[in-house]
Ligand binder design. Structure first.
Ligand SMILES: NC(=O)c1ccc[n+]([C@@H]2O[C@H](COP(=O)([O-])OP(=O)(O)OC[C@H]3O[C@@H](n4cnc5c(N)ncnc54)[C@H](O)[C@@H]3O)[C@@H](O)[C@H]2O)c1
Length: 296
């Protein structure tokens, strides 16, 4: 595999494109608008600058990485002649099904089609294409250039050949791939999201404030960041959609999203990407705790 297309230039898509390009893959980055692509490329350049400053890569590596990325707004153009597509568009089942229908039309029959979905069934996504054995989950973690894990999700029809190709490819990106089966939330989010939801419930019930909850989990459980801050990094809208998929998939009330999470998403407080979530990320008040307004 040499030529890769990444669909979506948001939080995950720009990190995935950055990673493939840094390891020498020709990478087409596709999004709906020029503006989003420009923002995605700025983020990649900024992250590369940080890596150069920390002497993790050279100035030359940075230049080559940027040279390996080409941006597209037309999906049909961006996926032409690629060996692998990694879809990292918004977490919405209808959107993903429509993207995979288009991939079925525009990609060669042997192009491997991966989704970075956090929770949507790979089997369901695969049903949108005529040969579902080439569809697989490639679940990178945020921030992609830094995090080691890739959860590799086998759908009901995913072939052994495609699974081993993707496991090998992940190792070439210096990641640790872990193979799991296709059930709601897979492994990572099935365990993580109930913890995040419970921490929001704890805030909602007025048991403790944002800082206190995060401090308990950081200092008491040796987590590198508290669950509320982690939710801000993931995106509160993403957390909500994952919980909704698990709630409907398992028909179990333990996955019902806390009303505070629903309210915050409706208010557009999505975490880092919108400038405010449980913490304030505006330039003037970077990562300050948002005052007690969210406790019940
Ligand atoms: N945020 C995380 O920590 C995280 C971690 C692992 C996996 N994921 C998954 O990665 C995927 C992307 O999440 P994100 O956090 O990057 O979301 P995001 O909102 O930051 O970015 C999504 C991008 O998709 C683009 N998009 C929407 N429709 C499109 C289309 N038809 N064609 C091309 N681009 C389109 C949007 O313009 C946007 O730039 C989701 O499936 C999510 O569940 C997220």
């Amino acid at each position: 595999m040499k030529n890769i297309a990444v669909i979506g230039a948001g939080t995950m898509g720009n990190g995935i494109a950055h990673t493939f390009a840094q390891f020498g893959y020709k990478t087409n980055l596709i999004d709906k608008s020029e503006k989003t692509l420009e923002k995605g490329m700025e983020i990649i350049a900024g992250n590369l600058d940080r890596m150069v400053a920390k002497e993790k890569i050279s100035e030359e590596d940075k230049k080559n990485t940027l040279k390996n990325i080409t941006t597209f707004t037309q999906l049909s153009e961006g996926v032409k002649n690629v060996d692998l597509v990694v879809e990292a568009a918004t977490e919405n089942v209808d959107l993903k099904l429509s993207i995979f229908k288009q991939l079925d039309e525009f990609c060669a029959a042997d192009t491997v089609l991966a989704s970075n979905t956090s929770s949507i069934s790979i089997t369901k996504i695969a049903a949108a294409v005529s040969n579902p054995e080439r569809v697989i989950g490639m679940h990178f973690m945020n921030p992609v250039p830094v995090m080691k894990l890739v959860e590799i999700i086998r759908g009901y029809s995913t072939s052994n050949e495609v699974t081993s190709q993707i496991m090998e490819l992940s190792k070439k990106l210096k990641k640790e791939p872990v193979e799991v089966n296709d059930y709601p939330g897979f492994v990572a989010n099935r365990i993580l999201m109930p913890m995040i939801n419970e921490s929001i419930e704890t805030l909602y019930n007025g048991v403790a404030g944002v800082q206190e909850i995060d401090t308990v989990m950081k200092l008491g459980m040796a987590h590198p960041m508290g669950p509320l801050q982690l939710a801000d990094f993931i995106g509160l809208d993403v957390c909500l959609s994952i919980l909704e998929v698990m709630y409907s998939g398992f028909k179990n009330p333990k996955y019902a999203a806390c009303p505070l999470l629903v309210n915050m998403v409706q208010a557009g407080k999505l975490g880092v990407k919108s400038g405010e979530g449980f913490y304030d990320y505006s330039e003037s008040r970077k990562a300050e705790k948002v005052s007690g307004q969210f406790t019940s």
